[in-house]
Design a protein around this ligand. Structure first.
Ligand SMILES: C[S@@+](CC[C@H](N)C(=O)[O-])C[C@H]1O[C@@H](n2cnc3c(N)ncnc32)[C@H](O)[C@@H]1O
Length: 232
């Protein structure tokens, strides 16, 4: 799986890509991440990537040419990719969307800054607009990292056990059940007896009940989406 990141701040990704699971996945050649900086595609003396908005208003807007050239250069160098723009006006990211993104061999993630990006970038070179959620970040880099991280977990071999993605939150339309490890009692709080029983059938049932309970309390919208009704 390859990720192309178009960003003014590639250095933000350094520690993110070195440690832990993603670092090992890169060392093993399971994922590759390339960066292209729109500032390298400017032609003026100041290497400017932004300008004042037409029609007035606060802040600056990213100019179309450096970003479009950066995207075209990444594709010319390493091949076609599914081109995503990170923007709060995009479709909110979900686990189902993450799963479907993992089917693409190459994802190109364009990170905005300032007040956003000239609309013609979207019109000319973007396949899909995605949002990390209903809040505004200072730039698209954190959203791009979230996509690299979440999508990489679906690349075979990245996680120790492939079941790991099958059992966790959202995979069955439910939040995950509560997890415990040793000790059996901590500051007066005991691990539920059923988990110490060794009875795998009861444990499986308890986990399903807990997942339903937790989802109904915290995210009834997920049950509604799954067609089960929030009061079932
Ligand atoms: C300060 S934001 C621009 C916000 C824009 N003026 C608006 O109100 O929609 C700068 C950049 O951060 C990124 N960004 C901010 N919030 C985001 C979110 N929720 N999801 C994805 N990207 C986001 C986008 O790339 C955006 O171009």
């Amino acid at each position: 799986m390859e990720f192309e990141v178009v960003t003014l701040f590639p250095e933000m990704f350094e520690s993110f890509l070195v440690g832990s699971i993603l670092g090992k996945a890169r060392e093993a050649g399971l994922i590759r991440v390339f960066f292209t900086n729109p500032r390298d595609f400017t032609s003026d003396r100041h290497r400017s990537v932004d300008d004042a908005p037409y029609g007035g208003g606060v802040g600056m807007v990213m100019k179309p040419e450096p970003i479009v050239l950066a995207i075209e250069s990444a594709i010319a160098a390493r091949g076609p990719a599914h081109r995503i723009l990170l923007t709060p006006t995009g479709t909110p990211l979900t686990q189902a969307k993450v799963h479907s993104l993992a089917a693409h061999p190459r994802l190109l993630l364009t990170c905005g800054r300032y007040e956003g990006i000239d609309e013609r970038v979207r019109e000319l070179v973007i396949d899909e607009e995605l949002s990390l959620g209903d809040f505004v970040l200072t730039g698209g880099e954190v959203a791009a990292m979230a996509i690299v991280d979440a999508v990489s977990r679906y690349v075979p071999g990245v996680l120790g056990e492939q079941e790991s993605t099958a059992e966790e939150s959202f995979s069955h339309g439910l939040l995950e059940y509560p997890q415990y490890t040793r000790p059996a009692e901590f500051r007066g709080h005991r691990v539920p007896d059923v988990l110490l029983s060794g009875n795998h059938e009861r444990i499986r049932e308890w986990r399903h009940e807990q997942a339903m309970l937790r989802t109904r309390e915290r995210r009834p919208d997920l049950l509604t989406k799954a067609g089960e009704g929030a009061d079932s």
